[in-house]
Design a protein around this ligand. Structure first.
Ligand SMILES: Cc1cc2nc3c(=O)[nH]c(=O)nc-3n(C[C@H](O)[C@H](O)[C@H](O)COP(=O)(O)O)c2cc1C
Length: 419
């Protein structure tokens, strides 16, 4: 499309946005929120964010979707998506972590054919890019987790579904057309936890991913400020009787009886210890993974207590202000695990080079959270699919540049720690 046509399309889109009910929903707090959320711009240079893209196919990087999501989402919802903890600096910490590693490219390899597929627990996935569990996708698009599942299906990605999703697990598995992994926020009451696990297993989930990094709570100030700055009547959308409501007031037991997913937040068992992993393992035939591991010691304990795999994660900078990125934690974890179980890593992955670095350091696969939510908020299923496509294309490009024609050929010798 000629540049003048592109500009016209963009103007049209901005006009549409200005008249959009979605923007009206964002309320009069928009200016305030732009300032409030400016600090959460998460990594792209301003030069690269100058224009809003008008369609999913126009995007050049995942950050193009972040800019649209910020425009179209209601204030409180964008703040929920964007928030980190304390001053939000952990977002930068996760991004800066990648700069601690340099790539060593190899030349004159025939790279006409690239194979990005990976094996996890005997299943082959087209790419090592995994959709991480995120709560309440209905806050971002009416099609919520169904749009994500359809995009995952179209692009052959592994998808994890949150305990606090907006959509029942059976519907998501039907839309994905194959097994997904169920992320578990354990309830204080074991019977309830067990019932959630049984339901996920009966629905066809292949693995349960126990999240362990929110036991101490987290200080998400941007999320709280976003709620304050949003002048809409939240009760209108959060009414549990509405289809795909944000269900923040639902009783967790509704999950057990086959209803919508629960909100287990307030009843998370703060006394949970390593025995819980074994208990969970004994309660299910699904694979068990522990999500939120950031040290070699805890990786070893996960294995010792019966986990089949781990997810290296700081909850996308939402768990605590540790000043340590997950990519920097990865080497000690890879060493502790010694190749005996799969390691999936997330938090701050935005570029093909980020993914390549994790694979070179020994991760099995790499998860993303916010990028696909930016795509979802911007253009629904097409946005999620475009985000997945962009990241895969970027990864393939780096693999070619590095002379690594398959994931197995991405070597420790491709990466060097600065200094
Ligand atoms: C809006 C949002 C909701 C999330 N909800 C959950 C959740 O319900 N369960 C969970 O284990 N992790 C949750 N996470 C964390 C993600 O699974 C993942 O660890 C994180 O988003 C990866 O970092 P990234 O967003 O920088 O890619 C959430 C993250 C975001 C941004």
């Amino acid at each position: 499309m000629p540049e003048s046509d592109l500009a016209a399309t963009r103007r049209q889109f901005l006009g549409f946005l200005a008249a959009s009910p979605a923007l009206a929903l964002a309320g009069t707090g928009t200016g305030l929120v732009q300032r409030l959320l400016a600090a959460t711009t998460d990594g792209a240079s301003h030069a690269q964010q100058a224009d809003l893209v008008a369609s999913a196919t126009e995007a050049l990087s995942v950050f193009d979707f972040q800019a649209v999501a910020r425009q179209v989402l209601p204030t409180a919802h964008y703040a929920y998506l964007a928030t980190s903890v304390d001053d939000d600096r952990m977002l930068e910490v996760n991004r800066e972590g990648f700069r601690q590693f340099q790539l060593r490219m190899r030349r004159l390899v025939d790279v006409r054919t690239i194979d990005t597929s990976v094996d996890i627990f005997g299943s082959r996935w087209e790419t090592p890019i995994v959709i991480q569990p995120t709560g309440s996708n209905g806050a971002f698009h009416p099609d919520a987790e169904l749009a994500v599942a359809r995009a995952a299906k179209a692009k052959g990605h592994l998808q994890m579904l949150s305990t606090v999703a907006s959509t029942p697990i059976e519907e998501v598995i039907a839309a994905r057309g194959g097994p997904i992994w169920f992320q578990l926020y354990a309830a204080t009451d074991w019977t309830l936890t067990e019932a959630m696990v049984r339901r996920a297993e009966a629905a066809g989930a292949a693995a349960v991913v126990l999240t362990v990094d929110l036991q101490a709570g987290s200080n998400r100030l941007t999320a709280l400020r976003g709620i304050r700055a949003d002048d809409r009547d939240c009760a209108l959308c959060h009414d549990p009787d509405q289809p795909r409501a944000m269900h923040t007031h639902l009783d967790p037991s509704s999950f057990v009886t086959g209803g919508r997913p629960p909100r287990t937040g307030p009843s998370r068992p703060v006394g949970m210890t390593w025995d819980y992993v074994t208990r969970l393992k004994n309660a299910t035939s699904m694979k068990v993974l522990v999500k939120g591991i950031v040290t070699g010691e805890d990786a070893s304990l996960s294995e010792a207590y019966g986990a089949d795999g781990i997810v290296v994660s700081n909850h996308g900078a939402r768990a605590g202000a540790t000043d340590r990125s997950t990519i920097e934690a990865l080497p000690e974890i890879v060493e502790a695990v010694g190749g005996r179980m799969p390691i999936i890593i997330d938090s701050g992955f935005r570029r093909g080079t980020d993914i390549f670095k994790a694979l070179a350091l020994g991760a099995t696969a790499v998860g993303i959270g916010r990028p696909y939510l930016w795509g979802l908020a911007s253009f629904g299923q097409a946005g999620v699919a475009a985000v997945l496509g962009l990241l895969r294309r970027e990864l393939e490009m780096v693999m070619r540049q590095a002379g690594a024609t398959s994931v197995a050929r991405i070597m420790p010798s491709h990466i060097l720690r600065r200094g």
